[in-house]
Design a protein around this ligand. Sequence first.
Ligand code: ATP
Ligand code: MG
Ligand code: MG
Ligand code: MG
Length: 478
Amino acid sequence: MTSQEIRQKFLDYFKSKDHLIVPSAPIVLKDDPTLMFSNSGMTQFKDFFLGYKTPTAPRIADTQKCLRVSGKHNDLDDVGRDTYHHTMFEMLGNWSFGDYFKKDAIAFAWELLTEVFGVPKENLYVTIFEGDASENLERDQDAYDFWKSHISEDRIINGNKKDNFWEMGESGPCGPCSEIHIDLRTPEEKAKVSGLDLVNNDHPQVVEVWNLVFMEFNRKADKSLEKLPAQHVDTGMGFERLCMALQGKSSNYDTDVFTPLIAKVEELSGKKYTGILEDEKDIAIRVVVDHIRAVSFAIADGQLPSNGGAGYVIRRILRRAISYSYRFLGMKEPFLFELVAVLKDQMGPFFPELEKQGKLVTEVIKSEEDSFLKTIENGLIRVEKLIEQTIADGSKVLPSEEVFELYDTYGFPDDLTRIIAEEKGLTIDEAGFKVEMEKQKLRSKADSAQKVYDWVTLETKPENFVGYDQIESETYIT
Ligand code: ATP
Ligand code: MG
Ligand code: MG
Ligand code: MG
């Protein structure tokens, strides 16, 4: 089954269960003070849960473009290093707004996975919320009882608040959740360790695929929980992970969501993708094909790279891709912009914004590549000078202030400085550099004090915003 067919099958199934199929909301949020990007399918329906708006239909399903690079849900560090976390990914979802609840949500998910998609039942595990005394939250016995009619009890696992109580952000709708995990290991691997032990333990072949959230609460700005006016269902299934499972692959990057992009990178760089987890070239290729999607969709949705806010996040993601390909793929000339046509061919039929904005996306990426590659070249000259000076001073350690200045003022990635220094038998003053970074973090925190919206009082309150400075310190090659 191709990824296009998988997406369509999901939507058709929920249509047959009386769900209204709606388009994805833009990936960039323009009017939400608590979030920069859609980080899950429910983002566009937040006001329905909170009772501020009347739902357009009691049952809805869609695929939502998501971006998890800042704030509460930030997966950037894992991207490229593992095979199943992306910056931008599609979240397939179905919703009930005060209509069906746990019983039907569980029955739909089970029927779709095992009967429509034919996932073998013996490959599935589910988790339920074990409760949390500190917040007076009970174990989700209802979910347990409903699951019992589909799956044997030894495959229903208790999960803690971190994994089984879903929250959109620091505030907003939330509730206990029940997740479905697929065990894709070979029979030989399965014989070694019980799959039960691997659920939610970062095993690349035992992956969480679908989260069923039972929305019952609102987390207020003061962190307390209040009951929502009604009970809702909010589910999210990772599209690329589902494709991996249904296409019999062991990595999202081996599905047809990514293989055309990887083939183009191979063609342009002359480097072969071998799918090895620790291999720097393979990490770089995964980073590139992941990031080009995030950046292209963000630009197509109207977010140009810039020096502030969401635009800054997008610029940093793009620069991260450029840095990786410069270092590990030897790409010294712009080439990422050439991937846009491949992405457009593949995703354009479902996401017309890519077709419509393809030319703009290509031009913007090309011009960002041009200017950042120049920054890298200029930075290289400065690094060489700094190295000469350090050697002339009789030292073997590059001073932290200068390394930081290169990074902060000239936008030159510190990792590149480190590598070049090492090639000349020098090191950088790591402790001092860390101190400089901390100082800058504090400065940017003070600068970017953002406002947080209190859903109850309907007031906007200033509060230190975690997403922006988090991304700022993490986006360069880490
Ligand atoms: P994980 O534990 O693997 O990080 P999660 O619990 O953070 O996932 P949810 O918030 O429950 O994820 O999102 C619903 C679904 O979206 C997940 O079950 C998963 O299939 C998918 N998903 C989440 N994060 C990513 C990501 N970064 N890239 C691709 N798919 C993702
Ligand atoms: Mg996660
Ligand atoms: Mg999880
Ligand atoms: Mg989850």
